[in-house]
Design a protein around this ligand. Structure first.
Ligand code: PEP
Length: 257
């Protein structure tokens, strides 16, 4: 049985360090109780070091992006060397970065390989846009994005890879995919992983992301190929995020700590 990975993507929130520390402290308490779930919070990079002092054991830290190079003339960027030792996960290829920051399939592949080379667990985010779904292109988009994201990995086994399926139209809209549709794509992703590395495919947690709340989380976690969630808005509300963590715990039949 795969251990669920439930990650909160705080994006450019909350607006102050004090609020970030209170949020992290509250989530740490909830994470202690959901001991069979890997709980990850991804605060803004500028606060990773401070939040690390509050997220003291049960919560793992993640970055929201990084550059693939270790150093150089890349204004505003953060390198994997800077994250190593501070974060253990990094979200790569989030649709907002693809949309607003020109992130490409190929660039995501370089970042995933770089993250793994630096001991960071990549959360490789993939997902189709609304117009792609309407045009019946979901399967082709997922195939292209997943293969590109993994193109730089020699092997998947031992890489710590997590894949997040996030239909773009479901992010921040309140219009989550149906659990059956999300499972269909997760199963497609699992089949690609199996083709690339048959021994490792069953190790990789596949998350669903897109308007996950405490009301729908359990149904997603009950799907055979969905092992957690990437959560945006609801990860800023400690009670809701705590309930999502409890749903992850319940889905694998654990009582928690
Ligand atoms: C996200 O940003 O990755 C996300 C899934 O956001 P939300 O949960 O708010 O839809």
């Amino acid at each position: 049985m795969r251990r669920p990975v439930i990650a909160g993507n705080w994006k450019m929130n909350p607006p102050s360090l004090d609020e970030a520390l209170s949020l992290a402290a509250a989530i740490e308490v909830a994470a202690v109780a959901a001991s069979d779930v890997t709980t990850v919070i991804c605060p803004p990079t500028i606060w990773l070091a401070e939040v690390a002092r509050v997220a003291t054991g049960a919560t793992a830290l993640g970055a929201q992006t990084m550059h693939f190079e270790e150093r150089g003339a890349f204004t505003g960027e953060t390198s994997p060397l800077m994250l190593a030792g501070l974060a253990s996960f990094v979200i790569l290829g989030h649709s907002e970065r693809r949309q607003y920051d020109g992130e490409t399939d190929e660039g995501v592949g370089r970042k995933v390989a770089s993250a793994v080379a630096h001991g960071l667990r990549p959360i490789a985010a993939v997902g189709e846009r609304a117009e792609e779904r309407r045009a019946g292109e979901t399967e082709a988009v997922i195939d292209r994005q997943v293969r590109a994201a993994l193109a730089g990995l020699d092997r998947i086994g031992g890489s710590g890879l997590v894949v997040a399926y996030e239909p773009v139209w479901a992010i921040g809209t309140g219009d989550a995919a149906s659990p059956a549709d999300a499972q269909a794509v997760a199963s497609q992703i699992r089949a690609i992983l199996r083709e690339l590395d048959a021994d490792a495919a069953d190790e990789v947690p596949i998350q669903y992301g897109g308007s996950v709340t405490d009301a729908n989380a359990l149904e997603f976690f009950g799907q055979p190929d969905i092992d957690g969630a990437l959560v945006g808005g609801a990860s800023l509300k400690p009670e809701t995020f705590g309930a999502i963590l409890r749903a992850g715990q319940a889905a694998i039949g654990g009582d928690g700590a």
